[in-house]
Design a protein around this ligand. Structure first.
Ligand SMILES: Cc1cc2nc3c(=O)[nH]c(=O)nc-3n(C[C@H](O)[C@H](O)[C@H](O)COP(=O)(O)OP(=O)(O)OC[C@H]3O[C@@H](n4cnc5c(N)ncnc54)[C@H](O)[C@@H]3O)c2cc1C
Length: 306
C-alpha cells in the first residue's frame, strides 16, 4: 500500500537518516540557591542558550520568591543572553495587589510573556485555601493579568488531570476557563506515558480548545528524586520506567544514557505525531537536554552546545 503523506512524515521522524520536521524547544529553569548553585546555573544556561530555545521560562516558588528570586533572574538572563524569557507568576498566598504590582514591574521591565499559575498550598497545609483578597485560581489570575497589559500568557495543563481536580471533566473546564480568560498557550505537566499525552491533545481538540498545547518533557536526572516529586504533583511513573532504572545509580553514565534515550524517544514520537514545540524541564542541568537536542537532530547551534 502507498503510504499517505502524513504516514511518510511520521516514519521520517523515526529515521535518523531523514530530516526531522522542525521542532522548537522551550526550556524551564528555576532560581538557583547559593553561590555554587548559581555558578553552575550560569554555566549550564550558557550551554542551553546555545540551542536557541524559543523561550526560557523561570519558575517562582511560594512565599514571595517571585519578586526576590524570579524577577531579578529573569532580567539577568535577558541581559546576558538576549533570549525571550517567560516569567512564572503564581497567585497562591498573595493578595491581588501584590500580584498586580509584580506583573506591572515585569511589563515595565520589558517582559511580555508570563506563565500564570495558581501555585501549590504551603508545605504542611492540608488543602488549598484561596485568600479572600487574592486571585483564587489561575483562571482568575489570567483575567487579572489581561486587565493589566497585553501579556502573552501561558498556563498549565495536565494530561493526567490535576491531583486536586474532582474529575477530568472539571479539570478540562478549568483549562477552558483559563483559555477563555486570555491564555494563548497550554504548557503540559510532564507525563511519561506518551499515549496519555496524545489522548489529552485529542481531548483538547474535541473540546474546541484551540490554543497550542506544548507537551512537557522531563529528562530524568535522578530517577529516585523524580519519583518522589511525581508523587506530589500527580504524574504517574509507569512500571516499565521503574524497571529500566532499577539498581542504576543516579550519578552513573548508565543512568544518563537511559534517561537521554527515553526523553529523546518521547520527543521523536511526539514530533512524529505532529507536535512542533516541546517544553523541556531542564532542572538547571544541561547535558541531558543537549543530548536530547542532538538525538532530535536539530534545534539551534548544536556545535556550540557540546
Ligand atoms: C508548566 C508548569 C509550570 C509550573 N510552574 C510553577 C511555578 O513556577 N511555581 C509553582 O509554585 N508551581 C508551578 N507549577 C505547579 C502548579 O502551581 C501546581 O500544579 C498547582 O497546584 C496548580 O496550578 P494551576 O495554575 O494549574 O492551577 P489552577 O488552574 O487554578 O487549578 C488548580 C486546581 O484547582 C481546580 N480548580 C480550578 N478552579 C476551581 C474552582 N473555581 N473551584 C474549585 N477548584 C478549582 C483545578 O481543577 C485544579 O485541580 C507548574 C506547573 C506546570 C504544569
Amino acid at each position: 500500500m502507498i503510504p499517505t503523506a502524513q504516514e511518510t512524515t511520521r516514519r521520517a521522524a523515526w529515521s535518523y537518516d531523514a530530516p526531522l520536521p522542525s521542532v522548537r524547544l522551550s526550556i524551564e529553569c528555576f532560581p538557583p540557591r547559593g553561590e555554587r548553585a548559581a555558578a553552575r546555573f550560569w554555566r549550564n544556561l550558557g550551554r542551553l542558550a546555545s540551542v536557541e530555545p524559543v523561550f526560557l521560562s523561570v519558575t517562582c516558588g511560594a512565599g514571595g520568591t517571585g519578586r526576590e528570586g524570579t524577577f531579578p533572574l529573569v532580567q539577568e538572563i535577558r541581559r546576558r543572553f538576549g533570549l525571550e524569557v517567560a516569567a512564572h507568576l503564581t497567585c497562591a498566598g498573595h493578595s491581588r495587589a501584590e500580584v498586580d504590582d509584580l506583573a506591572r514591574a515585569y511589563w515595565r521591565s520589558g517582559v511580555r510573556h508570563l506563565v500564570a499559575l495558581r501555585g501549590d498550598p504551603p508545605d504542611g497545609a492540608a488543602r488549598y485555601e484561596p485568600r479572600p483578597d487574592g486571585y483564587a485560581y489561575a483562571a482568575d489570575l489570567v483575567a487579572g493579568l489581561r486587565r493589566i497589559a497585553d501579556f502573552e500568557i501561558s498556563v498549565a495543563g495536565y494530561p493526567e488531570t490535576h491531583p486536586e481536580a474532582p474529575s477530568p471533566a472539571f479539570d478540562l473546564d478549568n483549562l477552558r476557563r483559563k483559555v477563555d480568560a486570555g491564555a494563548s498557550r497550554i504548557i503540559g505537566q510532564y507525563c511519561f506515558d506518551t499515549e496519555k499525552v496524545l489522548r489529552f491533545r485529542d481531548t483538547l481538540q474535541r473540546a474546541g480548545i484551540r490554543v497550542p498545547f506544548v507537551p512537557g518533557i522531563m529528562p530524568i536526572h535522578d530517577f529516585a528524586r523524580i519519583k518522589r516529586f511525581s508523587r506530589r504533583c500527580g504524574a504517574s511513573v509507569p512500571l516499565w520506567l521503574e524497571r529500566m532504572f532499577c539498581g542504576v545509580p543516579a550519578d552513573s553514565p548508565l543512568h544518563a544514557m537511559i534517561a537521554a534515550s527515553i526523553a529523546a524517544e518521547q520527543c521523536r514520537r511526539l514530533v512524529a505525531e505532529g507536535f512542533d514545540h516541546l517544553h523541556i524541564y531542564a532542572l538547571n542541568r544541561a547535558s541531558l537536554t543537549l543530548a536530547v537536542c542532538r538525538l532530535l537532530g536539530g534545534a539551534g547551534a548544536l556545535s556550540a552546545a557540546a
